[in-house]
Ligand binder design. Structure first.
Ligand code: F6P
Length: 322
């Protein structure tokens, strides 16, 4: 293998830059040529290939977002788009590909692998932590810390006004951001997509909540529809009119910011191992970290959504909210 390319795709996540840096510098160390592809699969189709070297990734380990930019490519979903992408990869003599992204990125990689024999190594980059084959995805740790920081601030104002806040957090198909940030911020309740919201239970819980608690926070996973947090708060208001309620939708603030140290280190390990995986003949696998060890998971398994949340965390959450 003499030449590889790296790209980021799907929603950006803090730590993607640290991963790009590790990929480029590991490639340079092993005397491989390395190119970056801008704008994900769109850039592969539109020939946005740029040469990279050790210097082009200087000063980025601490920066959120992705210097290669990203996209959710519609054209790559078509056969014609994938054929153009394959032609460009071949034109540039790419012999190995590092894809940094989430489930959509790896589904795309699987489709590409059906028409193109270039081996692909995937790096799990998404704040949602919803991939099988790694304990934590790149960006998840930073995102949950961002949520906890925001909720701490919301709690100051909630306490001052004796208010109940519903805080919506991201996680299109998974409630993992909600679960951990809810525990970390001491929420009264956490509503997640994996468990259907039981309104009666929530209302009873809030009704019986200790009166001496001056602030109450309910974390709501976005559950695929942005209106659900408002619907939930309206229902609670109808049942418990004495509560002074506010809703806060955290939105894309959760995707930005400097990556945490844990994200920087994990991203570096994953990017480094992705290049070495390609060099040792691995193909079409996602590189993850399980129990502090590098693990390789075929793309088709990595994209199966985890619907089971850690039972200990779920049980503990309800005990600690008393
Ligand atoms: O996949 C990461 C994520 O941030 C989800 O949590 C969220 O539902 C989605 O991306 C938002 O995507 P976009 O930035 O394209 O609106």
């Amino acid at each position: 293998m003499k030449k590889i390319a790296v790209f980021t795709s799907g929603g950006d996540a803090p730590g993607m830059n640290a991963c790009i840096r590790a990929v480029v510098r590991t490639a340079v160390f092993h005397k491989l040529e390395v190119m970056g592809i801008r704008h994900g699969y769109d850039g592969m189709i539109n020939d946005e290939f740029i040469p990279m070297n050790a210097k082009s990734v200087s000063g980025i380990i601490h920066r959120g977002g992705t210097i290669l930019k990203t996209a959710r490519s519609q054209e790559f979903m078509t056969e014609a788009g994938r054929k153009k992408a394959k032609q460009n990869l071949e034109k540039h003599g790419i012999e190995g590909l590092v894809a940094i992204g989430g489930d959509g990125t790896f589904r795309g990689a699987l489709e590409l692998s059906k028409i193109c024999s270039i081996p692909i190594a995937g790096c799990p980059g998404t704040i949602d932590n919803d991939l099988v084959g790694t304990d934590f995805t790149i960006g998840y740790d930073t995102a949950i810390n961002t949520v906890v920081d925001a909720v701490d601030k919301i709690r100051d104002t909630a306490e001052s006004h004796d208010r109940l806040f519903f805080v919506e957090v991201m996680g299109r198909d998974a409630g993992l951001i909600a679960l951990r940030s809810g525990i970390g911020s001491g929420a009264e309740a956490i509503l997640i997509s994996e468990a259907k919201t039981d309104m009666d239970k929530l209302i009873k819980h809030l009704q019986e909540a200790r009166k001496d608690k001056s602030s109450k926070i309910v974390i709501v996973s976005e559950q695929g529809g942005t209106s659900s947090v408002f619907k939930i708060s309206d229902e609670v208001k109808k049942a418990l009119p004495y509560y002074d309620i506010r809703v806060s939708v955290l939105g894309h603030v959760q995707r930005g910011g400097n990556p945490s140290c844990m994200d920087r280190v994990n991203s570096s390990r994953i990017g480094f191992s992705a290049v070495e995986a390609l060099m040792t003949g691995k193909k079409n696998v996602m590189i993850g970290i399980i129990n502090n060890k590098i693990a390789y998971t075929p793309f088709e398994n990595a994209v199966k959504h985890i619907n089971e949340l850690h039972p200990d965390l779920v049980r503990m959450m309800s005990v600690l909210a008393i």
